[in-house]
Write a protein that binds this ligand. Structure first.
Ligand code: F6R
Length: 642
């Protein structure tokens, strides 16, 4: 949610910031802006006063800390726009900026509506300090009042604007000290980047709660809210932890904690292929990502199956395997699509293990009086690894002593860092705001974890082997569904003008109904309710008429006969039915207006296949309605606010 990109080096900074912002735009896209110090600006330029040097090996090239005399006469050049990065790019044409360091931001509004004034960077009164910020400053109102009483003039409705003014208040020639003092006053979550027009070539970054990654180039340094933005520039990254500060300049960087102590952090080398981002000829990232599922599903189980033992092996869980064997209860916490993956996870773990399993919405988890101890494992599922609600739930579970596990796609992110052990999806970046390939990957990985635990419990070698066999067939079965996409598109077009939909399923496909409905509503803005089919008669059936179609997920499983009864109740009220099924028998066909067939697999794996046509169905309807599929209104990819 909101994206930050910063650069400090010897190249022209504006094209780098724009390129980075484009790659971050999926995180938030209602306004954008950048701040640089233009070399053409009139002014005396900074005067260097040496500060302390350090002897950390990380700091080999670090030039002496820069202190400056109070006023060089320079000011930041801040360029902002409401709307997309494309508009910002147009706006900078003709400005002829000559600058080699700067900070930039793309916003998802929290405090203050989307507008140019509320866009970041936000500045101070002098025009010298500029700040970009992800997260929320919870005590901004009291800070704003205090600063206004001291004479600071505010222009925006944002919480962020208090940060540059606070820094200005504390600034007496040492930007680092001023930032440290300001940060001490902030409550909430933040990833911030700060520049000062008089402190040339220095960017100060601080992280608490919102992710920030440092990119290390050759005599050039970057910072960004995720590694996707840095991928075109460098594959050497440092993941900051909470309450850490990085100071970047052209000849080096150093990292400190907020007690001003130097830290040594490891540089991680990213696999460039995992971070390659392009549409590969597809019209939208979402469509590309739907079509990537044979590969992303394969990546979820590649190297993780021991076929001759009928078991799975997950390297990331090895360090906690003894603890895991003794766990009695598993609580899966997550949000949105990842929550629906967890909802299905409950059925998977209940089926394959002896664990007592619960699924919890991360945003509600911390309000509960749950008994969590060393016999409980909490499994956080998150594509971004940054979702604030999920992170808060994990922190709560940590306080109470539970074993913390994660399934995360984005490497090195907050949830991956805080958990005791975990499994990466290795699905590559997911750029479309609506999650698709990660959902199916999350289902596969939960099955692998359940199988691993279950094989220590009651699951036999034969059962384990059957599951493995079925998992390995999934990629080609997904290919089969994708090969049918034209037919699915034709069916979608028939349904594209309805205003409301009901999605129903039972057992393993109750979560499929929820996720199918979520896909439709978030990208097409059509009202769609997901419901467990058995609950329909307790209320929602009152909605059904000839203008309110139902998508029924009705595969061949223990619940099929009951599903058919529910579908008959809909037919009896003139409701149209589109069925997703692997059953060719008349009992499904006769009560369906349209049918999308999917190949059959084990009932616990069937949802991995059933969701694929529902993703395509939502996509084609949204496309037909001319919606902005990769960037649906009001949404953002990673939700770093509670
Ligand atoms: C919906 C969607 C969201 C996310 C949710 C959690 O398509 O993408 O509902 O699933 O915001 O995000 P992560 O998985 O990053 O924690």
């Amino acid at each position: 949610m909101c994206g930050i990109i910063c650069y400090c080096g010897h190249k022209q900074v504006v094209p780098i910031l724009i390129e980075g912002l484009k790659r971050l735009e999926y995180r938030g896209y209602d306004s954008a802006g950048f701040a640089v110090v233009d070399n053409k600006e009139a002014g005396a330029g900074p005067q260097s006063m040496n500060g302390g040097e350090t002897n950390s090996p990380q700091l080999k090239n670090l030039r002496k800390k820069t202190r400056i005399s109070p006023d060089s006469g320079k000011k930041n050049k801040i360029v902002k726009t409401q709307g997309r990065v494309g508009r910002l790019e147009k706006k900078k044409i003709g400005l002829e900026i000559d600058a080699t360091f700067g900070i930039a931001h793309t916003r998802w509004a929290t405090h203050g509506k989307p507008s140019e004034i509320n866009a970041h960077p936000q500045g101070d009164c002098s025009g010298k300090i500029a700040v970009v910020h992800n997260g929320i400053i919870e005590n901004y109102q009291e800070l704003k009042k205090e600063l206004q009483e001291k004479g600071h003039k505010f222009k925006s409705d944002t919480d962020t604007e208090v940060i540059p003014h606070l820094i200005e208040e504390y600034f007496d020639g040492d930007l680092e000290v001023a930032v440290l003092k300001a940060v001490e006053r902030l409550h909430g979550t933040f990833g911030i980047a700060v520049i000062h027009a008089d402190v040339e070539h220095q960017i100060i970054i601080v992280k608490r709660g919102s992710p920030i990654i440092i990119g290390v180039g050759k005599d050039e340094y970057y910072a960004a809210s995720d590694s996707n933005a840095l991928a075109p520039f460098t594959n050497r990254m440092i993941y900051l932890s909470d309450d850490e500060m990085a100071v970047l300049n052209t000849s080096g960087y150093y990292i400190k904690n907020l007690r001003n102590e130097l830290l040594e952090k490891q540089i991680e080398i990213l696999d460039a292929d995992e971070y390659r981002v392009d549409k590969k000829g597809f019209e939208h990232y979402m469509l590309k990502e739907i079509f990537e599922q044979p590969e992303s599903v394969k990546n979820a189980f590649r190297g993780r199956l021991i076929e001759n033992e009928g078991v799975s092996k997950l390297g990331g869980l090895e360090p906690v395997i003894d603890r895991l064997k003794n766990i009695k209860k598993l609580i899966i916490v997550s949000c949105g699509t990842s929550y629906y993956a967890g909802l299905l996870g409950r059925y998977i773990f209940e089926n394959l293990t002896e664990l007592d399993v619960e699924t919890a919405l991360a945003s509600e988890f911390r309000y509960r009086r749950l008994k969590l101890d060393e016999n409980v494992a909490v499994l956080a599922i998150s594509q971004s690894g940054e979702t604030a609600d999920t992170l808060a739930a994990v922190k709560e579970a940590k306080r109470k002593g539970a074993l913390l596990l994660g399934i995360v796609n984005s490497v090195g992110t907050g949830i991956a860092q805080i958990t005791d052990a975990g499994v990466y999806n290795h699905a590559g970046p997911e750029i479309g705001v609506a999650s698709t390939k990660i959902y199916t990957s999350q289902l596969v990985i939960q099955t692998l974890i359940a199988l691993m635990i279950g094989r220590y419990q009651h699951i036999s070698f034969i059962e384990g082997s059957e599951i493995i066999n079925a998992i390995t067939k999934l990629p080609e079965q997904i290919e089969e569904i994708l090969a049918n996409s034209k037919e699915i598109e034709e069916i979608a077009l028939k349904y594209s003008r309805y205003r409301d939909f009901l999605y129903i399923g039972r057992l393993y496909n109750y979560p499929t109904a929820m996720e199918g409905a979520l896909k439709l509503k978030e990208i097409s803005y059509i009202h769609a309710e997901g419901y467990p089919a058995g609950e329909m008669k307790h209320g929602p059936i009152s909605l059904i008429d000839e203008d309110f179609p139902t998508v029924a997920i009705a595969p061949d499983d223990l619940a099929l006969d009951k599903m058919i009864s529910n579908m008959q109740e809909i037919k009896a009220r003139n409701g149209k039915i589109l069925s997703i099924t692997n059953v060719t028998a008349h009992k499904v066909l006769d009560i369906s207006d349209d049918v999308i067939y999917v190949p059959g697999t084990l009932p616990i794996l069937q949802p991995i296949l059933n969701i694929v046509p529902l993703q395509l169905f939502a996509y084609y309807i949204a496309n037909e309605r001319g919606c902005d599929i990769d960037k649906p209104r009001n949404l953002a990819k990673s939700v770093t606010v509670e």
